[in-house]
Design a protein. Structure first.
Length: 236
């Protein structure tokens, strides 16, 4: 398995090591967490029997919510930070939520769960803090990990449309870096998703928060062409 970066190179929770314990409280206070998480789960519409992966799962809040919405789904959370994964496992155990957590980067998703191994992949507040090459590699691996016809759902800081939202977003940039966050703030993430091969890329909602606006995106992996399906069936 080829790692995209060493553990020392990923951006920790809240942008600084030592702040991980404050992450849940800060996200709840500064991002209107309940609003966008509930909207994202509704958009995802998880179903029993599906394999669903939360990329950059952090402390596991979203993965646990999805599992509660679809108890029969196989829920997997992936994050490169062992400290937040420890917190996620403890939270899942306390909630009696059967969520599997694995350590890894976004660019390793296809290696961790297998190509065409997921029905739906979700990610929240991750891509804005990843360098451009990491964004591309992460989206490429997510694309490979999704089955044909699978869906990607993202909640993240997107185009900061007004001067006020841009001003508020500077708080995030101070923690996560201007260079890494610039593309999201300029509205470039949908183009990057489409460049990875996804179709039907759309911004479904924009939610104003005290740290800038968070956008909800949805995209799909194209289904295998009919001719290819017939050919594959013939060889079974």
């Amino acid at each position: 398995m080829t790692r995209l970066a060493s553990p020392a190179e990923f951006t920790p929770a809240l942008g600084r090591r030592g702040l991980t314990g404050l992450y849940d409280a800060a996200i709840a206070l500064m991002t209107r967490e309940t609003v966008w998480r509930e909207a994202l789960v509704a958009q995802l519409a998880p179903r029993d029997g599906e394999i669903i992966v939360d990329v950059g799962c952090g402390t596991g809040t979203l993965a646990i919510l999805i599992k509660a919405a679809a108890p029969g789904a196989d829920m997997i959370g992936i994050d490169p930070d062992p400290e937040v994964l420890d917190l996620a496992r403890r939270k899942a155990l306390a909630d009696m939520a059967d969520v599997k957590f694995r350590e890894g980067f976004a660019g390793e998703v296809a290696d961790l769960i297998g190509r065409n191994g997921a029905d739906r992949i979700v990610s929240s507040l991750v891509f804005h803090q990843v360098p451009i090459d990491g964004k591309r590699a992460g989206l490429a691996s997510i694309y490979a990990a999704l089955r044909p016809g699978g869906e990607l759902h993202i909640a993240d800081y997107g185009w900061q449309r007004t001067p006020w939202m841009r001003l508020l977003f500077r708080q995030v940039q101070a923690l996560d870096g201007v260079e890494n966050t610039r593309l999201n703030a300029a509205g470039g993430l949908p183009d990057l998703i489409a460049a990875a091969g996804f179709e039907g890329v759309e911004e479904r909602a924009v939610i104003a928060t005290p740290t800038g606006s968070i956008s909800l995106y949805r995209a799909g992996k194209p289904r295998a062409p009919v001719a290819r399906l017939i050919q594959e069936t013939a060889h079974v």
